[in-house]
Ligand binder design. Structure first.
Ligand code: AMP
Length: 275
């Protein structure tokens, strides 16, 4: 496996299919599931490990985000990645006068709580697509809004890449795997399972065709479960998958989304109604 630090040292695109998995490192089974899928579907696989400063707010965890490159490289090698692209911040942002903004879809949910976050995400992913020139790029549904935003960017800007969105990999108790789970104290880790539990609780009660009043009653049970545990909720909603607007009536494709805070740690998760 090749480890590449400089854009100029990346393999030149050829006629083979190229699968690409962008990550911020501190890899776990969620990331590895994307790499395994890329390995299965493509001739060549590139993963990137880059903690992208432009998607972190000034008071967020950029400086303390877990960095464990050597371990990450070994994990990539273990699942058959051909090349890891792990550039420095200077290599990726010698200048940064230009950014990509996807409007509308980025106003709500994560975008409302983390202003500028999705500009950082869209910009780095657009840059990586131009640098790597993948046939297929793999992302996790775990970051639902990110998937929807990137799909809009690729369509709107006619980027010649296919997007593949992959199911969320969970811990045995149901908590979605995330690099940020490492921040949780043992008590926080035990409490964190309330997020997938509340999402699943609502998913099990929601039936296609229910109206907004019925939806609200069900969402309230979920919100109350957080309140009982003294956990702060940023949002807990049923949304339409196309535009992430709250559902007015329940449709099959709708997804429950939620974000909570346990101490200093923010956790996000979502579930489809068929789960
Ligand atoms: P990150 O390193 O957090 O930027 O994540 C890199 C990619 O892995 C993104 O496309 C994420 O959506 C995806 N990902 C993160 N956690 C999971 C998970 N638990 N299951 C599946 N994919 C995930």
């Amino acid at each position: 496996m090749k480890i590449v630090r400089r854009i100029a040292d990346l393999p030149f695109p050829d006629s083979r299919t190229l699968g690409f998995v962008p990550t911020m490192g501190a890899l776990h089974e969620g990331h590895l599931s994307l790499m395994r899928k890329a390995r299965k579907e493509c001739d060549q696989v590139i993963a990137s490990v880059f903690v992208n400063p432009t998607q972190f707010g000034p008071n967020e965890d950029f400086s303390k985000y877990p960095r464990q490159e050597e371990r990450d490289f070994a994990l990539c090698e273990g699942v058959g990645v051909d090349t890891v692209f792990a550039p420095t911040v200077d290599e990726m942002y010698p200048e940064s006068l230009t950014s990509v903004h996807v409007s509308g879809l980025t106003d709500r949910w994560e975008g409302a709580i983390r202003p500028g976050h999705f500009d950082g995400v869209a910009t780095i992913v657009a840059k990586l697509f131009h640098i790597v020139r993948p046939t297929i790029a793999y992302f996790g549904w775990k970051d639902l809004q990110q998937c929807v935003v990137l799909r809009a960017m690729v369509n709107d800007l006619n980027m010649p890449v296919q997007l593949s969105f992959c199911e969320t990999v969970r811990e045995p108790d149901g908590l979605a795997m995330s690099s940020r789970n490492a921040y949780l104290s043992p008590e926080g880790r035990s409490a964190a399972v309330c997020l997938p539990n509340a999402l699943r609780g609502c998913v099990e009660q929601l039936q296609t065709g229910m109206d907004r009043r019925q939806i609200d009653t069900i969402l309230e049970t979920g919100r109350t479960s957080f309140q009982d545990l003294g956990i702060d909720v940023d949002y807990f909603e049923l949304v339409q998958i196309q535009n992430l607007e709250p559902s007015v009536t329940v449709s099959r494709d709708d997804r429950m989304i939620g974000a909570i805070r346990i101490g200093q740690t923010r956790l996000i998760d979502n579930m489809g109604l068929s789960h």
